[in-house]
Design a protein around this ligand. Structure first.
Ligand SMILES: [Zn+2]
Length: 421
């Protein structure tokens, strides 16, 4: 492992001085580990406003920092939805001073209802660069086409939760052998793939970029791979649970394994990993989706979908992907590439107390860092997570590597796996 000295002053990297050791100014302490740019999550449900019993912006940002993240994009499926400058400003204000920077994604349609376009221009003027109705896909193709035309003019990106509502109706897990065996209604892979195919077609028609959220099927990965080969402006992300868990996990009817899109088959998991390795999928995104115990602790078919992800994403990605990719490309998938998709990098100055995310770690760059110890282990204890909720599917599991320190704008917000704010 290469060694270097990183000198940080006033929130900025001011130099490598000497080449003898990896020396990060974490309150003067010398730390040994892998130093990468702070991670950036494109897909975080912070639940505030409206569902503060499940998460708040403060607790979610703390969980993010403990997971090595220095920035998260807050999804707009709050109550009310982030579909106006008023709500977006409220979330941005609540995010100021938290343990990680909070950017917001705006809704594509008013109230995420899929009927009328949200004021994209008003939100873009606030610095919102990513728009999605996540939790639902935009079902109306004509409306999506119009949104893409507007987005192209504004220089913003639409992100799609690909799910055809008619094909998915009534389903609670992946449609396949396990759903038949368990007697749980299924969501076919086609429910995702038809919308991926439609939006690739609309990207071709409009020339506007489309970002595909949480790809989960082999067919989706293949569609995006071909679209990229054609040169279309598409990007994609995948969640850690879709590169590790399969629908077999649902066998015990535990709602902690209910997620949308659902856990798929072994073949799909292999395809998602292959897509991350060959550049088809640009980013690992958590889809961190906290739910209060009283909401999640109900029969499987009635439980809301979603699982926690911020504090386990890097150890899982490290375990699954690092053997194929090595540390640098893994950090690209979790930091520079998602930062570029959300336009949080140095080339898109945001102001408002926000700094450039996604590296590179060079003189003059904002000191947003993640220090990861590949030799340690992360053992998941739900009671010790910073999130207000406990719905992790990994309770008791152990993964290779652990986040040791997180530095936000030069300040150590996590020291030795303990949050400082
Ligand atoms: Zn989604």
């Amino acid at each position: 492992m290469p060694e270097a000295t990183l000198v940080i002053r006033g929130g900025t990297v001011v130099g490598p001085e000497g080449r003898q050791r990896l020396d990060v100014a974490v309150r003067g302490a010398t730390v040994v580990g892998l130093v990468g740019p702070g991670l950036v999550d494109l897909h975080t449900h912070l639940r505030q406003p409206g569902r503060e019993e499940a998460e708040t912006i403060e607790t979610g940002a703390r969980a993010a920092a403990l997971g090595g993240y220095t920035a998260v994009v807050a999804m707009p499926n709050t109550e009310p939805a982030i579909d106006s400058a008023g709500v977006a400003s409220e979330v941005l204000a609540l995010g100021a001073g938290c343990a990680a920077e909070v950017a917001v994604a705006g809704a594509i349609t008013v109230g995420r209802a899929g009927l009328a376009l949200a004021p994209l221009g008003e939100l873009a003027a606030l610095g919102v660069t990513l728009f999605t109705d996540d939790g639902a896909g935009v079902q109306d193709g004509a409306l999506m086409r119009r949104a893409l035309d507007y987005a192209k003019g504004l220089g913003v990106t639409l992100a799609q939760h690909c799910e055809d509502a008619c094909l998915a109706a009534g389903g609670a897990m992946h449609e396949g052998c396990w759903s038949s065996l368990l007697g749980i209604p299924g969501v076919p892979a086609a429910a995702e793939e038809v919308m991926v195919a439609r939006d690739i077609t609309l990207a071709r028609l409009t020339g506007a970029p489309v970002h595909f959220l949480h790809l989960s099927t082999a067919g989706s990965v293949d569609l995006v791979r071909r679209a990229k080969a054609e040169g279309l402006p598409v990007t994609a992300e995948a969640a850690p649970h879709h590169m590790l868990l399969t629908d077999a996990a649902v066998a015990g009817y535990d709602p902690v394994f209910k997620v949308n899109p659902p856990l798929r088959t072994d073949e799909d998991v292999r395809a998602v990993v292959a897509g991350l390795c060959d550049g088809t999928i640009d980013a690992v995104a958590t889809d961190h989706a906290p739910h209060a115990p009283e909401a999640k602790d109900v029969p499987f078919d009635q439980a809301p979908p979603g699982m926690l992800g911020l504090q386990t994403a890097l150890p899982i990605a490290w375990s699954v992907l690092a053997p194929h990719l090595g540390p640098e490309r893994l950090f690209a998938l979790m930091s520079s590439q998602p930062a570029a998709i959300a336009k949080l990098t140095a080339t898109h100055p945001r102001g408002g107390g926000h700094s450039a995310q996604g590296g590179p770690l060079e003189v003059g760059a904002a000191a947003n860092l993640c220090v990861f110890d590949p030799g340690a282990a992360t053992v998941v204890d739900p009671r010790r997570l910073a999130s207000r909720s406990r719905n992790t599917p990994y309770a008791g599991r152990s993964f290779e590597g652990a986040v040791r320190h997180t530095v936000l704008r030069g300040e150590a917000v996590v020291i030795d796996a303990e949050a400082q704010r």
